[in-house]
Design a protein around this ligand. Structure first.
Ligand code: HEC
Length: 191
């Protein structure tokens, strides 16, 4: 029995090491590259990672000192402070929790919960004039189609994906949301 247990223990350890050694999968890796790509703003030079900085717990203000974010244009100041996008994998869709007379708004993304899911949230900063300031989804997709990871994007979502801009833009959100679920954003460490 003892031997059986130690063999089981070894087996668990091996599987765990294997999972840890695997690193991000292709979709997560793609999301990571999009998240960090400074070519996806107008003018170029700002990425999601400039307002959601890993070492600041995935929050930050892109160099602004006044408590609200600076966007890709140096003169555009956001209306709110960037919130951390760590642990967003656990955010439920927006709803009201009613307990007796007590009504609480729960879930949803952004301070006011206005985006329902991580993939729908993730594409909105590209089009926000005070954030990445692209004029429309087509201009974001054009940049992605000529990015170093364009082939990876097509391998993941289909060789014809850029022929369907609505779907392609949704997939950008899917890739970013996959990255947002990876361990660096769910640290579970109080240190
Ligand atoms: C210019 C700074 C800026 C950039 C660039 C930016 N964000 Fe944000 N982000 C914010 C601010 C400000 C908020 C809060 C906005 C609000 O509540 O209206 C926010 C909120 C979020 C949230 C909501 C978290 C939650 O718990 O509800 C997520 C997720 C997020 N951003 C992801 C992204 C992604 C993905 C990108 C890139 C495509 C991005 N952000 C680019 C400033 C930025």
């Amino acid at each position: 029995m003892k031997k059986f247990l130690s063999i089981m223990g070894l087996f668990c350890l091996l599987t765990q090491t294997q999972v840890m050694a695997q690193g991000p999968n292709r979709l997560e890796n793609l999301g990571h590259q999009i998240f960090n790509d400074r070519a996806l703003s107008e003018p170029r030079g700002t990425s999601c990672a400039d307002c959601h900085v890993a070492k600041l717990g995935f929050a930050g203000n892109n160099g602004s000192k006044i408590g609200v974010t600076r966007g890709s244009k140096p003169t555009s100041l956001g209306l709110r402070n960037a919130m951390s996008n760590a642990y967003t994998a656990f955010v439920p869709t927006f709803h009201f929790r009613v307990e007796g007379d007590d009504v609480d708004a729960v879930g949803g993304f952004f301070w006011d919960g206005r985006a329902d899911t991580a993939p729908t949230q993730a594409v909105l900063p590209f089009l926000n004039p005070l954030e990445l300031n692209n004029k429309d989804a087509a201009s974001v997709l054009q940049k992605i189609a000529s990015a170093p990871y364009a082939k990876q994007f097509k391998d993941e979502f289909g060789q014809q994906i850029f022929n369907n801009p609505t779907l392609a833009f949704q997939k950008v959100g899917v890739a970013i949301a996959a990255f947002e679920k990876t361990p660096p954003l769910q640290a579970f460490s109080s240190k």
